[in-house]
Design a protein. Structure first.
Length: 164
């Protein structure tokens, strides 16, 4: 059975597509792409149908990640097919938990940086790079990469637990 993860930020053109791309790469490197699927969405629909922000795409490509992406808005009905919903900041976390139809669905929502042991407990948001320059996108990528190792370990444990 496939384990499904969805990364969520505000408009689905910066942080969440970066997280999706990095996680896809980690899953493939681990040889788990037959068992784990990942995608992304936004809490709002402002950019639906658009590609990733060109700065996000450029930073991803410069660091060897795929940058192909089409933005979409997260739907409450998706909770039934998802195992884990990863919020990129505390605002997304709150919005997604309010959107969740059940308590079990709300429990599926976690902050990405909560999987990064180097992140402080009071600093779990990935800052929105949209209104800044390229440096913000590079910082975003670094935070995503750092958290992706722990996230993959946690997801791998869940996947292996299903097989047992």
């Amino acid at each position: 059975m496939t384990y499904r993860v969805c990364f969520v930020c505000t408009g689905n053109i910066c942080r969440s597509p970066m997280a999706e791309s990095v996680f896809h790469a980690r899953v493939a490197e681990a040889g788990l792409d037959e068992l784990i699927e990942a995608d992304s969405a936004g809490t709002g629909g402002w950019h639906e149908g658009e590609g990733a922000d060109p700065r996000a795409a450029a930073v991803l490509e410069e660091h060897g990640y795929a940058a192909e992406h089409t933005a979409r808005r997260f739907q409450a009905s998706w909770f039934t097919r998802l195992d884990l919903v990863i919020a990129l900041d505390s605002g997304h976390l709150s919005a997604l938990r309010r959107l969740a139809p059940t308590e079990q669905d709300a429990a599926k929502v976690r902050l990405l940086r909560s999987y990064d042991p180097a992140a402080g407990v009071d600093d779990l948001d990935v800052p929105d790079p949209y209104y800044g320059g390229t440096d913000g996108f590079v910082e975003c990528l670094e935070m995503v990469e750092s958290a992706s190792t722990g996230l993959l370990a946690a997801v791998r444990e869940q996947v292996e637990g299903r097989a047992a």
